[in-house]
Design a protein. Structure first.
Length: 115
């Protein structure tokens, strides 16, 4: 299982970013996918999750109405569209899947929200 995340960067408050996570090594379309984030000195937290077919999503309260998770099963890719970014969204963002008893993580992509 491998993930290649991209799309992070520095953005001013109120700005937008789109994260991508390209997956390989497993039957992507059969598994739910998630985005997590970890800010300095804090525990990793769940940001958003999407079911295998993309028909259902859930979000952390802190990002509801601002972030959108989506997936393209033909491209084995999951996305996180982040709008109206706030300084408290600054973190390393990771894509994740859970297969049987194992959690799999990407290497992370840094998102920094600052003026």
């Amino acid at each position: 299982v491998q993930f290649r995340e991209s799309g992070g960067g520095l953005v001013p408050p109120g700005g937008s970013l789109r994260l991508s996570c390209a997956a390989s090594g497993f039957p992507f379309s059969r598994y739910a996918m998630s985005w997590y984030r970890q800010a300095p000195g804090k525990e990793r937290e769940l940001v958003a999750v999407i079911t295998s077919g993309g028909g259902s999503t859930n979000y952390a309260d802190s990002v509801k109405g601002r972030f959108t998770i989506s997936r393209d099963n033909a491209k084995n890719t999951v996305y996180l569209q982040m709008n109206k970014l706030k300084p408290e969204d600054t973190a390393v963002y990771y894509c994740n899947t859970h297969i049987f008893s194992n959690n799999y993580w990407g290497q992370g992509t840094q998102v920094t929200v600052s003026s």
